[in-house]
Write a protein that binds this ligand. Structure first.
Ligand code: PLP
Length: 474
């Protein structure tokens, strides 16, 4: 019997190299515990790799392995070994290869509105151009005053109390700010509660900072609302923060007020920082209402994450922000950490910040897309209806955001490896989706689709998925 601990030195102590040698996903290897036996079929391959002349039936122990070979290969840092971001992972590499060979791939893998002809209002672009000459230099590390003022005024309108201009930091998209806040908060071994399924950057950023992501379940049968009892069960003395993604990527859930209050109470009772990712707060369907987490409490620290990428279709501008609210007086040291990291990168992209004031003020053009008859609302309906029509596929109707996260009934689709399934779909139908486990969903029985393409293209793509699954059912 061999364990991961036994074989890692033979692979430069990198799980990624074990995965490559076995031809399996890094996600699969990252789930193995160091001291658990390696699954038999994989152990056999490892034995052949390390001891080519060994008999298959012979039992091998760590003592019988040869000394690890010395290598002068340049390796990435060990910090990165557990960090995964499969939305842009190996399957995308395969899609790019197909495109290089001249194939047209329908990419429903990334929520990038502009790539699907969903453009920002011209007024925003015109104002950025008008002001561009003033964007040559660095700005204050927190960000441009008018941009932060606009965010501050939005806090006033949305009922987030006691936010001053200095409680707002602009960043190169929410992504940079997630990584920055995790670096500022986490000591090695600290735990952060993250939803499953999640937007996987959260899990990656926690690992990169030396922390341990602990996933709490969201309940598909209850419209993907967070399962509060599961969160309570998973709190330990090392838990420092609770991530809430609302509206949610990948499920499209918009959380009810009683659930949000339940989350606030859990954070309060356990002295946790609430990390509220609300980047889809204006992309709501039907009668869904978004309640900002920070409007529900002033006695715990809340960091709200938002930006221009989705509601304003400006993902390429890399413009996002955080709002620090609530118990700031008890978090001075942590806030100093955020300030230090924000100063170290000097400032966020200044041209991108020029868009914030115009975007947040005045008419909110996203409404035209999400109301009944609007492009996003109609595309959501098409995606859901067509998916639900495929035998064994069911999907909870999203009430917000840009994604559907359908379930493939395991009795009809006994999927062992969902990354493999997505790869097969890509190769046979030139359609790129993302497997559910890439969102830290524990079982290989979900897929995520972006419903950004126009109805005709979306229908064609889902028809292709249906045809592929029909073959899979046999
Ligand atoms: N948070 C969530 C939930 C997202 O879905 C995304 C992007 O898809 C981000 C953050 C990153 O956004 P940004 O473009 O501002 O970095």
């Amino acid at each position: 019997m061999l364990t991961l601990r036994d074989i890692l030195p033979h692979f430069s102590n990198r799980k990624s190299k074990v995965a490559n040698a076995l031809g399996i996903s890094r996600q699969a290897v990252s789930k193995w515990d160091l001291d658990d036996a390696i699954p038999e079929k994989h152990e056999l391959r490892i034995r052949h790799e390390l001891l080519p002349n060994i008999d298959d039936s012979q039992v091998i122990t760590a003592a019988e392995l040869p000394a690890p070979r010395k290598t002068n290969e340049l390796l990435k840092s060990e910090k990165l070994d557990d960090v995964l971001y499969e939305i842009r992972g190996p399957v995308l590499d395969e899609a790019l290869k197909l495109e290089e060979e001249g194939y047209r791939v329908t990419k429903l893998n990334v929520g990038n509105p502009a790539a699907f002809d969903l453009h920002a209002p011209e007024e925003i672009i015109q104002d950025v151009i008008y002001n561009l000459n003033s964007a040559e230099g660095y700005c204050e590390s927190r960000g441009l005053f008018p941009a932060r003022k606009a965010v501050m005024q939005e806090c006033q309108i949305r009922g987030i109390p006691d936010v001053t201009i200095n409680d707002i930091y602009m960043g190169n998209g929410v992504s940079e700010l997630i990584v920055m806040c995790m670096q500022a908060l986490i000591n090695n071994g600290d735990e952060i509660l993250i939803p499953a399924p999640d937007y996987p950057l959260w899990t990656a950023a926690v690992r990169l900072a030396g922390g341990k992501p602990v996933h709490y379940l969201c309940d598909e049968e209850n419209g993907w609302q967070p399962y509060l009892e599961d969160i309570k069960r998973k709190i330990s003395p090392r838990t420092r923060g609770l991530v809430v993604i609302n509206p949610n990527n990948p499920t499209g859930a918009v959380y009810e007020k009683d659930i949000l209050l339940g989350l606030v109470n859990i954070a309060k009772d356990n002295n946790l920082v609430l990390l509220a990712d609300e980047i889809y707060d204006k992309i709501l369907y039907d009668d869904a209402i978004h309640i900002p987490m920070a409007s529900l409490t002033d006695d715990i620290l809340v960091i709200t994450f938002n930006g221009l990428s989705k509601s304003y279709r400006l993902a390429g501008f890399r413009a996002g922000w955080i709002i620090i609210s609530g118990a700031k007086h008890r978090a001075r040291d942590f806030i100093e950490g955020i300030h230090m990291l924000s100063s170290m990168r000097l400032c966020a992209n200044v041209p991108g910040q020029l868009a914030v004031q115009t975007a947040l003020g005045g008419y909110q053009s996203i409404k035209d897309l999400i109301l009944p008859g609007g492009r996003l609302s109609e595309q959501r309906d098409v995606a859901c209806d067509m998916l639900n029509d495929i035998p064994g596929v069911s999907c909870v109707k999203p009430r917000g955001a840009l994604y559907v996260f359908p379930r493939l009934d395991p009795k009809i689709y006994p999927i062992a490896d969902d990354e493999e399934l997505v790869l097969e779909l890509l190769k046979s139908k030139h359609l790129l989706l993302v497997q559910g486990t890439a969102f830290n969903w524990p079982t290989p029985d979900h897929l995520r689709l972006v419903f950004l393409p126009r109805k005709e293209e979306l229908s064609k793509a889902i028809d292709k998925l249906g045809a592929f699954l029909k073959k899979y059912r046999g």
